[in-house]
Design a binder for this molecule. Structure first.
Ligand code: ATP
Ligand code: MG
Length: 232
């Protein structure tokens, strides 16, 4: 489904080159559940952003169902992203002066769904799925961290993406909320027809997946195969 071929990402800071990614090649199959692990600075976020077309590699190809994302123009790429990819971030990235349902419905707005009542109905439906039917009109500041992340997950799901890319989704949560969020991801993964990629530096979170890609200094150090996850 997704093929990353010989990806390099070089940042230049004050004349010094930083190789954030160095010749990464990997494949993500449809319906796979993968974790990406590695120490701070090993390139996890950069790789996830390149896979999700939020960032352009300095060199290499990113093929999504055989289309090369690196070669797509800006308009096509944002449309492609909205349609196919749901992002979840460590800091939730919700808009503070929009309510839960308004945050969740934002991708629909960008997709040109003009009718507010249609947007609300769809957002409420997804908020129910993530267990927040009683928090629809709450603002982010009125929610717990775990609830904010559920809103972010609902927002990622609203366009029925093929892939969910999550960057340290439990990095800001206590262990109980983290467990709840990972259970939610896996419930969604089992029920919906999605591919799931989770970046984490916590071993116990990473090993819930079917495969762990270990990064070190911008390269794939090891691919660890774990047991297959039950799915329909
Ligand atoms: N915009 C940028 N400009 C310059 N260097 C950058 C930029 N973004 C990332 N880097 C560098 O690229 C390398 C990889 O960063 P990246 O954020 O991908 O690491 P990470 O594995 O996600 O780390 P963490 O676990 O701390 O989130 C680091 O050395 C970082 O300093
Ligand atoms: Mg990171």
């Amino acid at each position: 489904m997704i093929e990353v071929r010989d990806i390099w990402k070089v940042y230049e800071k004050k004349g010094v080159e930083i190789n954030a990614l160095r010749s990464i090649t990997l494949e993500i199959k449809e319906r796979e559940y993968i974790s990406i692990m590695g120490p701070s600075g090993s390139g996890k976020t950069t790789l996830l952003n390149v896979i999700g077309s939020l960032d352009i590699p300095t060199k290499g190809e990113v093929l999504f169902e055989e289309k090369d994302l690196v070669k797509m123009n800006d308009t096509d790429i944002s449309q492609f992203r909205r349609k196919n990819i749901g992002f979840v971030f460590q800091m939730y990235n919700l808009i503070s002066d929009l309510t839960a349902w308004e945050n969740v419905s934002l991708p629909l707005y960008y997709d040109g769904v003009k009718d507010k009542s249609v947007r609300k109905e769809k957002a409420v439906e997804v908020l129910k799925k993530v267990g927040l039917k009683d928090r629809i009109n709450h603002y982010p500041a009125e929610l717990s961290g775990g609830e904010e992340q559920r809103v972010a997950i609902a927002r990622a799901l609203i366009n029925h993406p093929k892939v969910i890319l999550a960057d340290e989704p439990t990095g800001n949560l206590d262990s109980k909320s983290s467990e709840g969020i990972m259970n939610l991801f896996e419930e969604i993964y089992e029920k919906e027809n999605i591919t799931l990629v989770v970046v984490t530096h916590e071993r116990h979170i990473a090993e819930r997946a079917e495969k762990i890609i270990h990064l070190l200094d911008g390269t794939v150090q090891q691919v660890e195969e774990l047991k297959e996850f039950s799915k329909n």
